[in-house]
Design a protein around this ligand. Sequence first.
Ligand code: F6R
Length: 243
Amino acid sequence: MRIYKVKDYAEMSRKAAAVMAAQIVAKPDCVLGLATGSTPIGLYKQLVEWYKSGDLDFSEVTTVNLDEYKGLPKENDQSYYYFMNDNLFSHVNVDKSRTFLPDGTQPDAEKACTEYDEIVRATGGADIQLLGLGHNGHIGFNEPSDVFKKNTHCVDLTESTIKANTRFFASEADVPRQAYTMGIGTIMSAKKILVVASGADKADAVYKSFFGPITPQVQGSVLQLHPDVVVVADEAALSKCDL
Ligand code: F6R
């Protein structure tokens, strides 16, 4: 595992965007595993800038996202479908028919999850998977549990995740209670994993994920078993790690 300690959010965004950009330049028809949330927004902005300056070309890229809320229509501005279009897809020359997320509008969870696993499998899997870390160490929406789940599944979001996501909704009552998420098996089968973390509120999750015991109670700790993980985190997020 390689850990880049950077000064702040802006530096984290630039450095992590450089890792993504290197992947796209090295393999123009790569599969990018993408994440939503507030941490990667600066990274996406940087990728858009590099696209606009002619330094990046997304025309052959395929994308697979980690997760999607269950029950939110695509046009809801809190759906991850909306987020990805708003922050990246609508600003670069990616072929939108090759951008994939779990179908949050599919009420049949088993169908939605099986179909998404088939989609990811058909792409050949992610060359690089971008991940943020939840306060409880979740990756995707794989919440603390007694097991690591392998495939895409429907999760009940924990109180802590619902609270953390309330900032994006009018009220806590509006936050969806369930989501479809890629499983740990799929995440771990990405060839490379890029984790971004910023802020003191992530210090515990960062410490436990990368320096604590490997346990499904901290789902991010499984990343210690992956052969090619790059972490880009700022000083505040790394403040509990002895680096
Ligand atoms: C998002 C996702 C989540 C977030 C995590 C951190 O697709 O899967 O695991 O990466 O909740 O969220 P932020 O970046 O908002 O702190």
